[in-house]
Design a protein around this ligand. Structure first.
Ligand code: URA
Length: 296
C-alpha cells in the first residue's frame, strides 16, 4: 500500500484518463460476485455550491480521473460469514428490531465499506450502528450519524445526493470511500481491543486497494486508535502518543498521506454540540485542500 501510494500507477492514471468520461461504470463486488452498472454522469451532480468532482479549480487531468471513477465495494475475502469475534457474532443474533420492523428487515451481518475506488479520501467510522448500517448493510445509512453526515458530504461535493436511506437509494460517493474500523455491530457501540485487532486486516486491505489515497479521516477516538495501530505495524507511526486525536488535527503520516481527526457525528455528539454542521463542513474543506496536495 505504501509503495503503491508513490508508484507510477497514479501518474499513469492521471496521464491517461478513462476512455468514457461521461459514462459511469459502477462495479459492486459482494461475496465474490461482481455486478456492473453503466449510467451517464450528469455534470450538475455534485453539491449546490457546484463543488466536488467537477471541481472548477481542479486541473484537467484530475477532472478526467475523477469522471472515470468507479463506485464499488472492496472485496474483503472472508468478511461475509466472518466468525473472528464470537462476542459480536452472538450479539447480532439477539438484537431486537426497532418498532415497526421485523428481523427480516435487518442485514445483521458484517458491513463492508463502499464508495469510489479512485478516491483520494477515506473516512473511517467506528462500527455499524444497530438500526442503521446493521439494518441497511451500508455504513452510516439509516441512523442519526448518517442523517447528519450525508447532506453535508453532498454539500461539500463528496456525494451525489444528500439522502442515504437504503442500499438502492442511488447514493454515489465522489472522491470518497467510507468504511468502519470494525465491520460488525458491537454491544453498546464499544468494540473491545481484540475486536479492533481482529478486524484490522480488513482495513489494511481497504487502504491497500485505495491507490490514490491522500487523506484518511478518523471519525472519533476508536477509529483513530485502530488506524494508529495499523500505521504502527506499517512503520509509519512510532509511539501512538505522537499522533493524538483532535478534531481537525492533521498528522502527516508520510509525504502525500495525511490523517485528520474528526469528532464522531453520532446523534449524541450532535445533540450535545460537540460537533455541528459548520465544524464538519470546515473539516471537509480542509480535507479537500489536503487531497489536492496543498497545505490544509
Ligand atoms: N454507523 C456506522 O456505520 N459507523 C459508525 O461509526 C456509526 C454509525
Amino acid at each position: 500500500w505504501l509503495i503503491s501510494c508513490l508508484t507510477s500507477k497514479n501518474i499513469l492514471a492521471r496521464r491517461f484518463p478513462a476512455p468514457f468520461p461521461m459514462m459511469k461504470i459502477s462495479v459492486t463486488i459482494t461475496n465474490g460476485v461482481c455486478r456492473t452498472r453503466k449510467s451517464h454522469r450528469t455534470r450538475s451532480g455534485p453539491g449546490p455550491a457546484g463543488q466536488g468532482r467537477q471541481d472548477a479549480g481542479a486541473p484537467a487531468a484530475s477532472r478526467d480521473r475523477k469522471a472515470g471513477a468507479e463506485m464499488a465495494r472492496i472485496d474483503l475475502d472472508g468478511l461475509q460469514g466472518c466468525r473472528r469475534c464470537p462476542r459480536l457474532a452472538a450479539f447480532v443474533g439477539q438484537l431486537q428490531p426497532s418498532r415497526g420492523r421485523r428481523q427480516d428487515d435487518y442485514h445483521n451481518a458484517p458491513v463492508n465499506g463502499f464508495g469510489d475506488l479512485e478516491a483520494r479520501v477515506c473516512l473511517v467510522g467506528l462500527a455499524p450502528g444497530a438500526h442503521g448500517a446493521n439494518r441497511t448493510g451500508r455504513p452510516f445509512t439509516g441512523d442519526g450519524a448518517g442523517l447528519f453526515m450525508y447532506p453535508l458530504l453532498h454539500q461539500a461535493g463528496f456525494a451525489n445526493q444528500p439522502d442515504a436511506v437504503a442500499e438502492d437509494d442511488g447514493l454515489e460517493l465522489l472522491d470518497l470511500y467510507i468504511t468502519n474500523a470494525v465491520k460488525c455491530l458491537p454491544p453498546e457501540n464499544r468494540p473491545n481491543a481484540d475486536e479492533f485487532a481482529n478486524c484490522r486486516h480488513y482495513l489494511v486491505k481497504e487502504l491497500d486497494v485505495l491507490h490514490n489515497l491522500r487523506v484518511i479521516i478518523s471519525l472519533g477516538h476508536g477509529a483513530h486508535n485502530s488506524l494508529l495501530r495499523l500505521f504502527q505495524a506499517e512503520g509509519l507511526v512510532d509511539r501512538l502518543s505522537d499522533v493524538p486525536f483532535g478534531h481537525a488535527r492533521v498528522h502527516k503520516l508520510m509525504d502525500g498521506l495525511s490523517l485528520v481527526g474528526c469528532y464522531h457525528t453520532s446523534r449524541y455528539n450532535v445533540q450535545t454540540g460537540r460537533i455541528n454542521e459548520k465544524m464538519f463542513l470546515d473539516l471537509l474543506k480542509q480535507v479537500k485542500t489536503l487531497a489536492r496536495g496543498e497545505n490544509g
